[in-house]
Design a protein around this ligand. Structure first.
Ligand code: PEP
Ligand code: MG
Length: 309
């Protein structure tokens, strides 16, 4: 008989654990979708669109100018479907495109439409783009809508929202295009700018179903450290008291307002012990890298036993 290795027994046991707090996964590459979906995971907490768009390789404005909207929409649709299909009926939270201008410039035709910026990380990105370049955003929405015809488990998350007004206007565009919140469609906002923390109540009052903490950008902006700085790598630490205070406010405010809260930055993947605190504060899901699904489920189970007795 074939001997079962200890490691696979461990993962079988882990895969049987059930928790109230959901374990989601962060994904970008379609070829991983089926394999990861077979695991004990409750959905995709962050589907990064940038990998798909890089694959298309062409700037959205360039596609519009050359009359190839349909081609762009269809390719984006084809890029999203494998995720929505693999995880159906579990939710797949699609994060609308969050390329920075330097990344957009790498796409075909990109240099014509993107002005070079000194600090692209703080530049024309996220929701600030959707409300200024509505035609590109509409193509993205159209692709989402087409996927949702067969896979209504595809939800939407808005990244890098600087002001309450940006969230309101982004939501208005989504609604005008037919993506309205309901039992079948959830709208989330990423919480990754200190302004989101200070004004958490006001952002939530715009009308969203959930928040997901982008701890990578939130740490960068809370500590004022370029997340890619090698020199300051050691100081860039999500366990810093100020960052933890921000996470606590986000999770507790979401709980008080009765909406779901999640985290999709790398923090709980790199520092899994952090998950215990997040659960104690009342987070409703934790989204981690595929290799951390089992460990995170175990930590959550232990943390829930502590919280609920
Ligand atoms: C984050 O900022 O934590 C996040 C998940 O988004 P990204 O890393 O893609 O900026
Ligand atoms: Mg981010």
């Amino acid at each position: 008989a074939r001997r079962i290795q200890t490691s696979s027994v461990v993962s079988m046991v882990r895969d049987a654990i059930k928790t109230k707090t959901r374990v989601y996964v962060n994904l970008a590459q379609p070829e991983l979708a089926d394999m990861v979906a077979a695991r004990n995971v409750d959905g995709v907490g962050l589907l990064r669109a940038e990998f798909i768009i890089s694959g298309i390789g062409k700037h959205p404005n360039y596609m519009i100018e050359t009359g190839r909207q349909e081609e762009f929409i269809n390719k984006l649709y084809e890029g999203i479907v494998p995720f929505a299909k693999a995880f159906h009926p579990r939710p797949v939270v699609y994060r609308t495109t969050d390329f920075k201008t330097n990344e957009y410039r790498e796409l075909e035709g990109g240099d014509k439409y993107e002005l070079p910026e000194e600090n692209p990380m703080l530049g024309y990105r996220g929701a600030s783009r959707y409300i200024r370049d509505i035609d590109s955003f509409k193509m993205e929405i159209e692709a989402i809508k087409r996927v949702r015809k067969d896979y209504p488990n595809l939800w939407v998350m808005i990244p890098f929202v600087r002001t309450v007004d940006e969230l309101r206007r982004t939501k208005e565009i989504l609604e005008a295009e037919g993506l309205k919140r309901g039992p079948d469609f959830k709208l989330w906002m990423m919480t990754e700018i200190p302004a989101n923390i200070f004004l958490m109540d006001k952002f939530i009052d715009v009308g969203i179903d959930g928040i997901s903490i982008g701890s990578n950008d939130l740490t960068q902006l809370t500590l004022g450290i370029d997340r890619d700085s090698e020199k300051l790598q050691e100081t860039f630490d999500e366990r810093n008291d100020a960052v933890m205070a921000a996470l606590e406010i986000a999770v507790k405010t979401a709980k008080r307002k009765g909406i779901t809260s999640s985290i999709c930055g790398q923090a709980p993947s790199v520092y899994p012990e952090m998950t215990e605190k997040l659960v104690a504060w009342g987070i409703t899901s934790v989204s981690v890298s595929p290799d951390m699904i089992g460990t995170t489920r175990e930590i959550i189970a232990k943390a829930e036993a502590k919280v609920h007795g």
